[in-house]
Ligand binder design. Structure first.
Ligand code: NDP
Ligand SMILES: O=C1OC[C@@H](O)[C@H](O)[C@H]1O
Length: 404
């Protein structure tokens, strides 16, 4: 639901300030906040105060600050939301934490491992009553994703394939995704979801095996990956292949949404049983495909396919395939008091619920992105850039010269 009935705000609601009038803000925070009784969107700042005024008026935000500094130092705010280019995440997240605010930080959290280690292991986060910092990997908070992870045992996964792409023309030439200085590149955009997904599916860290990229067309920033394909290995011997593309062409090379996939598939190790009557061997294969896993609210589907193959004397004598499809928009009935939600809640709305629960000291859905997890994630992205022969995304000035 794009326009849910607004909630009456509690007297102790958290007051959020927004750093930058970014495109993602209405979807990721303003709309979800409307139905949350403990969230008030109280202030915004943009580099150009006029832009901030216009944004505030459009979205009913009562206060506008002239600068980002003024916003984070506003004593009436509890939380700062950081939807800036990734190159600015470290600096502004840390400033906000130092100003005593909780921080909801857009994904991917920071540009590289140097920044990740410095931010997520900052002493400020281990002091008594430390502020909460969350990398906003929204899809992880949706019940469909958690249901999907519960369908198989990570130890039995043998291969994962992830494809994320959009057609050409959606991203403008001057977009933050296409400049090295703003920590752009598809790997930190669509690719970050893919790497996040394979890490959760295996429950362990990937070892890069291959990475190749397609640069931007002539005239574009040479350090930017417009598309990236990478393969990885995991400790249990399983593999993953990931492909992400910001300008994928469909059939006949034409731009087409229909031909731009956003899905992932998990294959389990085949289970072989011998000793069937008449010397028949039975092989059972299972795979799980999640269509639209990044944005399941509008539409998604989880297909579970089981194939049973009977073979005799090395020849397949019978094959049977069964398919079950499932959609999950809410936590299962009786799955726990903290597991709140409505069918129409977006990934961002589930995430906001979890964030507020954490700030308020409640257990909530128990889904969270731990600080060490965010570090490991950025490490995997760095390894992918190195493997592709591209520089890791730039370190902010404050940390320049500090080795990871
Ligand atoms: N969770 C999700 O589903 C999504 C998350 N994102 C993430 O959100 C963040 C913002 O993405 P998006 O909204 O698409 O980007 P936009 O380009 O719309 O917004 C970026 C904002 O950053 C500010 N900014 C500050 N310095 C610069 C600079 N040097 N160059 C450009 N912008 C600058 C601008 O704020 P000002 O208004 O002050 O000028 C601008 O509004 C990124 O971290 C991205 O990864 C993006 C899309 C989806
Ligand atoms: O986070 C994101 O999700 C959706 C994509 O379209 C976008 O480029 C990316 O930043």
């Amino acid at each position: 639901m794009i326009s849910p009935v607004p909630a009456v705000k509690d007297t102790n609601a958290l007051r959020f300030g927004i750093l930058g009038a970014a495109n993602i803000v209405p979807l990721a925070l303003i709309t979800p906040a409307k139905s949350h009784s403990e969230v008030i969107i109280a202030a915004v700042a943009a580099r150009d105060p006029k832009k901030a005024e216009t944004f505030a008026k459009k979205h009913g935000i009562p206060n506008v600050h002239k600068t980002y500094e003024d916003l984070i130092n506003d004593p009436t705010l509890d939380v700062i939301y950081v939807p800036l280019p990734v190159s600015l995440h470290y600096t502004w997240a840390l400033k906000a934490l130092q100003a005593g605010k909780h921080v909801l930080l857009e994904k991917p959290s920071v540009s590289n491992t140097t920044e990740a280690l410095s931010l997520f292991r900052h002493p400020i986060l281990s002091q008594p009553n430390a502020p909460i910092l969350l990398e906003a990997f929204h899809y992880r908070f949706h019940p469909a994703w958690q249901y999907f992870l519960g369908l198989f045992n990570a130890e039995h996964v043998v291969h994962v394939e992830v494809k994320n792409s959009s057609p050409p023309g959606l991203v403008a030439k001057d977009d933050i995704r296409l400049q090295y200085e703003t920590s752009g590149g598809v790997m930190l955009d669509f690719g970050t979801y893919a790497v996040s997904a394979i890490r959760q599916i295996y429950g362990s860290e990937p070892k890069l095996t291959t990475a190749t990229y397609r640069p931007l067309p002539k005239g574009g920033d040479a350090k930017i990956d417009e598309a990236m394909s990478a393969t990885y290995e995991f400790a249990n011997g399983g593999t993953a292949s990931v492909s992400a593309d910001l300008a994928a062409r469909g059939r006949w090379g034409l731009p087409s949404f229909r031909d731009c996939p956003m899905w992932l598939r998990v294959d389990l190790r085949p289970v072989e049983e011998s000793g069937e009557a008449g010397g028949v061997r039975k092989v059972t294969r299972k795979s799980f495909t999640f269509y639209a896993y990044m944005m399941p609210t509008v539409w998604h589907r989880i297909d579970v396919v089981t194939t049973i193959e009977m073979a005799k004397d090395g020849k397949v004598v019978n094959t049977k395939t069964e398919k079950e499809s499932k959609k999950v928009y809410k936590w299962a009935e009786g799955s726990g008091e903290g597991k709140k939600g409505e069918e129409w809640w977006s990934t961002y709305r589930y995430q906001l619920e979890a964030f507020v629960d954490r700030v308020k000291g409640r257990e909530g859905s128990a889904v969270w992105v731990e600080n060490e997890d965010s570090i490991r994630h950025v490490e995997a992205l760095d390894r992918t850039y190195e493997g592709a022969g591209l520089p890791v995304r730039p370190t902010c000035k404050e940390l320049e010269g500090t080795a990871a």
